[in-house]
Design a binder for this molecule. Structure first.
Ligand SMILES: Nc1ncnc2c1ncn2[C@@H]1O[C@H](COP(=O)(O)OP(=O)(O)OP(=O)(O)O)[C@@H](O)[C@H]1O
Ligand SMILES: [Mg+2]
Length: 256
């Protein structure tokens, strides 16, 4: 197994960290039989890849042996986003019989977290994901890891996640706040139910909390509360730009 390095790892803010802990705990409470977790959504850009990566990282940091499988064979962002240079050999190579499983599994610089990149875009992603090779791979990973987190393309666009869902223990649907209609999300849920996927929950992403709450949490988590420390008190004043930044940092809610 080769080892890769994520050159661009950023620390999550306190809110995000806590939200991921909550998500992780919710999954753990779904039962010890839940090990392979598929992440999908209705449309593009709702945050599937971000949720997949951070959830895998959260499990790993909690001491669980975890592997992230990038099964978005059509549009993989993992390597570019997290700063990994050589990821040409990945899942598509294994599924098409060009490589063995051990050739595509990478250890990483996050302890307890391994990753399988998507590999070169194949002409037939859904067919490869529906193959026996993928089923066998999941069975092996399930026996070797505590958690297998699988990132996929949006189900409102392509069938890939519905092809994989029946052989995963559970599915999480990421919904971007105010981005899609209730009906569209409902259709995706129904599609997953039709293939007998166990839907573990929905992650509501890109949530903007009321400004008052954001200011409150920033103020009390970063500074002394008795007001004696004038120097740090000055730093408490947030510019509008800071507030905007906070908005995009307020994330993930788990709805069950
Ligand atoms: N909670 C969040 N707050 C702010 N920005 C976010 C959040 N989650 C994701 N993003 C940003 O939204 C964009 C889309 O995220 P991501 O790639 O994770 O979505 P995706 O659902 O995997 O997209 P695709 O359908 O293209 O695979 C990225 O620029 C990402 O940094
Ligand atoms: Mg993605």
């Amino acid at each position: 197994m080769q080892k890769i390095k994520f050159e661009r790892l950023t620390e999550l803010d306190q809110h995000s960290n806590e939200s991921y802990k909550a998500l992780r705990t919710n999954i753990q409470f779904c039962g010890s039989d839940i090990k392979t977790v598929l992440i999908t959504s209705t449309t593009q850009n709702e945050g599937k890849s971000s949720v997949s990566f951070n959830l895998a990282r959260s499990f790993a940091e909690n001491g669980k042996k975890t592997i992230l499988v990038d099964a978005d064979l059509r549009k993989s962002v993992m390597a570019g986003r997290y700063g990994v240079s050589d990821t040409s050999v990945g899942l598509s190579y294994y599924l098409s019989g060009q490589r063995e499983m051990e050739d595509v599994v990478n250890a990483t610089n996050i302890p307890n977290m391994d990753i399988i990149f998507a590999g070169k875009v194949p002409p037939n992603p859904a067919e490869l994901l529906g193959s026996d090779a993928f089923r066998k791979m999941l069975e092996t990973l399930k026996s070797e890891y505590d958690y297998v987190i699988i990132d996929t393309p949006p189900l409102g666009y392509v069938i890939d996640s519905a092809v994989i869902a029946p052989i995963c223990d559970g599915t999480i649907v990421v919904v971007e706040n105010n981005a899609i209609s209730y009906r569209a999300a409902q259709e995706v849920i129904e599609q997953l139910e039709k293939v007998n996927s166990r839907i573990l929950g929905v992650v509501l992403n890109k949530v903007v909390l009321p400004k008052k709450d954001r200011y409150y949490s920033y103020y009390y988590s970063h500074n002394d509360t008795d007001g004696k420390n004038k120097k740090s008190k000055k730093k408490q004043v947030l510019t509008d730009k800071d507030k905007e930044k906070q908005e995009v940092e307020e994330v993930w809610n788990m709805i069950r």
